[in-house]
Design a protein around this ligand. Structure first.
Ligand code: COO
Length: 252
């Protein structure tokens, strides 16, 4: 397995990009490892929250490994490298469980696209965000154009992508690209409270709500409401409310 680690402790799974000497830039082997970890998480009925971090104190992820894709011919880019990243990032975005990106530094190019495939982004004050592909005569390729525009708006996305210039955490917060910022030494604690809160909620209801939000389709809410109410947790939720006690959700 390459430089991406998965640790599962109780209901929390931690994914770590571990190639700090190369600013956690993503190689083909790392994409394969990430996809294998996602398959593990897709089949888990106990994991309730996933976090994604970058090792080291400089970068979350500096994007696709330029030397790796620079060695490919046009067809290799077109039918292997780009579709592989899109497929893996889509599996990440479609995980049932909420994914929290902990951004400790550079989130550039495919690294920002990776963070955009997560549900919630928390950043250290030292983090910066860019889509610098045009500076090396490349273009974003791992669904960042759509996801970035959806999150910060088309005009801001165009400014970021057409200039390739970075934005700081203050701007990222103002634009809704990140939901929380903190000092670098507080980054993992900043997520702890969020992780604890989401983990204590009914996991099926949380996961269905994520799917409803991503589908953006109100008609699905009735089906989702029925499914959620039909679960043991659904009964427990109502029961605990009427008995004025803390619910004990089992994820069933
Ligand atoms: C990066 C950076 C601005 C970080 O700058 P630093 O000054 O902190 O670090 P260095 O530039 O010295 O890079 C350290 C190290 O990582 C160096 O390797 P060595 O020379 O062997 O020591 C860099 O070559 C390597 N590195 C950094 N980023 C990459 C990388 N190797 C391969 N690939 C990448 N991405 O320096 C910087 O600007 N990186 C490029 C950011 C970028 O353009 N990303 C978009 C790539 S295209 C893409 O993502 C497409 C997806 C579909 C972050």
């Amino acid at each position: 397995m390459s430089n991406i680690h998965l640790e599962i402790c109780d209901s929390v799974a931690k994914l770590t990009l571990d190639r700090p000497a190369k600013r956690n830039a993503l190689t083909p082997a790392m994409l394969e490892t990430l996809e294998a970890h996602l398959a593990t998480l897709e089949s888990s009925r106990t994991v309730r929250v996933v976090t994604l971090s970058g090792a080291g104190d400089k970068a979350f992820c500096a994007g696709a490994d330029i030397k790796a894709w620079g060695a490919l011919d046009a067809l290799g880019m077109w039918n292997e490298w780009i579709p592989r990243g899109q497929r893996v990032f889509s599996r990440l975005a479609n995980l049932r469980q909420p994914v929290i990106a902990l951004i400790n530094g550079y989130a550039f190019g495919g690294g920002l696209e990776l963070a955009l495939a997560c549900d919630i982004r928390i950043a250290a004050s030292t983090a910066s965000f860019a889509m610098p592909e045009v500076k090396i005569a490349a273009v974003p390729g791992w669904s960042g154009t759509a996801r970035l525009a959806k999150i910060i708006g088309i005009a801001r996305a165009k400014m970021m992508i057409l200039t390739g210039d970075p934005i700081d955490v203050k701007t990222a917060l103002a634009w809704g690209l990140v939901t929380k910022a903190c000092s670098p030494d507080r980054l993992s604690n900043a997520a702890d409270e969020l992780i604890a809160t989401i983990s204590s909620n009914a996991p099926i209801a949380v996961q269905i709500s994520k799917q409803l939000l991503d589908a953006g389709s109100a008609p699905l809410e009735s089906i989702a409401g029925a499914l959620s109410a039909y679960t043991d947790d659904g009964q427990e939720g109502v029961q605990s409310f009427s008995e004025r006690r803390k619910p004990d959700y089992k994820g069933s």
